[in-house]
Design a protein around this ligand. Structure first.
Ligand code: 4AD
Ligand code: MG
Length: 479
């Protein structure tokens, strides 16, 4: 058996001394031919391994370079050096793998930029920043399951390949096995998808919601948590072509219940990360503060990362209607001074500059906007009594913009059918969806949280490419 070892996080947390143990990890630095800073990914805090003279010969010492992997057995002793309470006095040291210092990209003396680390995303997990980011990402994922499990929601695995467009926005990646140079054609020249693998036109899912609704009509409350795909050509710091989404769907919930759940949920998972990833968040807070030092005063965050998270979990989100949002924007100094690139009139889709004005300048807290014009929202949203707006809700977060999109669903069959026809949604292909409205329909609601945007919010990382292990964006699919 090889893996009989203590993880460095556990070793450092337990301040006992005078016992023998084994650790394994990668060298971060090696000073004075004596002090190894060893890291195994369990924490950003390295273990100081002390190699006394005589333990290793000259050739062995030369092989202890940054990136090399080691197994060290020794005695845990009190550390006289600064920065750690205990250290490991090596008795036996084995090198698993050498690492050529000339070629190892993380050997660089200067701190590598986030852009450069994106190009070597296969190695960036070994840096402090990405170690912290991906441990926080893990905790948030775990907290999400815990939250819904505690509430009795069923985790439903919705399909990745579908034949429908859940959002009706046409931003889909096609899935096909047809030869693209000579696809079979119908008489009118169009492609004959009956010949395709599934006998119809299929795509990667943009959302698990529609299938989620089917589950909610039996289990009452379900959630999905999986990858979703959007072929939107948006090269921004908030868009990925492949991102993870959490979509709870609840029978017997209206739009207000939906908002309450979403707010409780977001606060719960942030609190979980604050309790379980304190060190990582403190590291990330410092990183953000350092990064912002180069920005002009008015571009810096008013609150540090931890203060921001504390503020969010301890204060109620602002709730306003779309119409109120439009009025606030039109009366804002920014609008009057023509600072917005896009005009604001009732009926527009709020642009990211408008969302950011509302949360960052006006309310200075997360904002839930409800009652959007039907014309700019998806077909499944429930029509309000005014006949103009739908029971939609978007949650806007400081620094991110839209983090959640959700709604109460149109549960009335005739209205839903009419709306689908109006929006050219193929009603015949979706009779399975309409069956839920035929057989015991109930008021229901749900929402989707963009997982990476949530991770951005909690870690303070400005670019969404830095919170997913391997980002898929337009013209980029490395690793
Ligand atoms: O607002 P969206 O499009 O809503 C839905 O997909 C609904 N079916 C959700 C539901 O009601 N069950 O997407 C939901 C969230 C957005 O608020 C955003 O956080 C995230 O998903 N999102 C993206 N994240 C990263 N990259 C993209 N391209 C994203 N598109 C949406
Ligand atoms: Mg949306």
């Amino acid at each position: 058996m090889l893996n009989h070892r203590l993880k460095i996080k556990a070793l450092l947390a337990d301040e006992r001394t005078g016992y023998e143990t084994t650790v394994m990890g990668w060298v971060r630095t090696f000073r004075n031919n004596q002090f190894i800073a060893l890291n195994d990914g369990s924490t950003n805090n390295n273990l100081q391994v002390v190699v006394n003279q005589g333990l290793l010969d000259e050739t062995q010492l030369k092989r202890i370079t940054p990136g090399a992997s080691l197994k060290v057995t020794g005695e845990v002793v009190e550390s006289l050096g600064k920065g750690q309470k205990v250290e490991l006095k090596a008795k036996a040291l084995e090198i698993f793998g050498d690492c050529d210092g000339e070629k190892y990209p993380l050997q660089l003396k200067n701190r590598p930029s986030l852009e450069y680390l994106r190009e070597i995303a296969h190695l960036r997990f070994r840096t402090n920043t990405f170690g912290a980011v991906f441990r926080v990402r893990h905790s948030l994922a775990f907290a999400i399951h815990q939250f819904f499990n505690e509430k009795g929601f069923v985790y439903l695995h919705t399909p990745v390949i579908t034949a429908s467009d859940a959002e009706g926005a046409g931003e889909m990646f096609r899935v096909t096995t047809l030869p693209f140079d000579k696809p079979p054609r119908n008489e009118d020249g169009s492609i004959d998808f009956k010949e395709d693998f599934f006998g119809k036109s299929t795509n990667l899912t943009v959302s698990g919601q529609l299938e989620g609704e089917l589950g909610a009509m039996a289990f009452s409350e379900i959630y999905t948590f999986g990858p979703t795909f959007r072929a939107e050509n948006s090269n921004t710091t908030r868009h990925l072509a492949e991102f993870w989404m959490i979509e709870p769907e609840m029978a017997f919930h209206d739009i207000e219940d939906n908002m309450n759940l979403a707010e409780e949920f977001i606060k719960y998972i942030i609190r979980y990360a604050m309790e379980h990833n304190r060190e990582d968040l403190e590291f990330l807070a410092q990183r953000l503060a350092d990064e912002e030092k180069s920005l002009p005063q008015d571009k810096r965050s008013e609150l540090g990362l931890i203060e921001k998270l504390e503020f969010v979990v301890n204060n109620a989100f602002e709730r306003i209607t779309y119409t109120e949002a439009v009025n606030i924007l039109r009366e804002s100094p920014a609008y009057k001074k023509k600072k917005f690139q896009y005009d604001v009139t009732w009926g527009i889709d709020l642009q990211s500059e408008h969302e950011r004005y509302l949360v960052e300048k006006h309310f200075k807290k997360p904002v839930i906007v409800t009652g959007y014009p039907a014309a700019i929202k998806a077909f499944y949203m429930r029509m309000n009594d005014d006949g103009k707006t739908v029971a939609a809700m978007d949650i806007l977060a400081p620094g991110i913009g839209e983090i959640v999109g959700g709604s109460q669903r149109e549960e009335r069959l005739e209205r839903l059918e009419a709306r689908m026809k109006e929006m050219h949604i193929p009603v015949e292909d979706m009779s399975w969806y309409l069956d839920t409205r035929r057989f015991g329909t109930v008021p229901h609601a749900g929402f989707g949280l963009g997982f990476e945007r949530m991770v951005q919010f909690v870690t303070g990382m400005t670019n969404i490419r830095d919170v997913i292990p391997f980002a898929r964006t337009p013209k980029n699919c490395e690793f």
